[in-house]
Write a protein that binds this ligand. Structure first.
Ligand code: PNS
Length: 161
């Protein structure tokens, strides 16, 4: 059983995340989409909200499990017998940070590989923070987040709510 973890803040989940997790689910037997804490970021959604939004976005992917974990990714991977972390890379600007994370996680857990998937071209510019900015001003986010959750995100983030 080859297990991979797709970790992230998912604050909120975007179509870019769904694309990476879907592709990982074709490559590994079991994929854990782990909603985690990024201490460098201020979150807009609670961890429970992020888990719910992610679950709603991933229905139909039978080998994907959604979890919340407030701890070290390298340790969690060990606990779950995961062999890889899968992350999406958009632009060169992502690389330095992701490279540092990959090396740190390797140092903490020698058995763990980090695998990068190149983003699909249509999601190149997409990020959770872009989604939040558009939703705050009441803009249309329907091309950026799964259809099932876009109203929920708009309602939650619109500045007059
Ligand atoms: O979607 P993000 O914000 O780029 O995801 C980053 C995340 C949550 C995967 C990263 O911050 C993380 O792994 N957090 C858990 C704590 C940890 O293990 N940090 C890295 C070692 S310093």
């Amino acid at each position: 059983m080859r297990t991979a973890i797709c970790p992230g803040s998912f604050d909120p989940v975007t179509l870019g995340h769904v694309d990476i997790i879907t592709r990982a689910s074709r490559m590994f037997d079991h994929v854990i989409a782990a909603v985690m804490v990024n201490t460098d970021k201020k979150e807009s959604f609670t961890i429970d909200e992020r888990v719910e939004l992610l679950k709603k976005s991933l229905t139909g992917l039978e080998n994907v499990e959604v979890v919340a974990f407030d701890g070290l990714l390298a340790q969690y991977a060990k606990d779950r017998n995961a062999i890889a972390i899968v992350k999406g890379l958009r632009a060169v600007s992502d690389f330095e940070y992701e490279f540092q994370m990959a090396l740190t996680n390797k140092k903490l857990n020698h058995d763990l590989e980090t695998v990068f998937f190149t983003t699909s071209a249509k999601n190149l510019y997409l990020s959770s923070s872009v989604v939040k900015k558009i939703a705050y001003f009441g803009g249309d986010i329907s091309d950026f987040v799964p259809e099932k959750i876009h109203e929920e995100i708009k309602k939650r983030l619109y500045k007059e709510e």
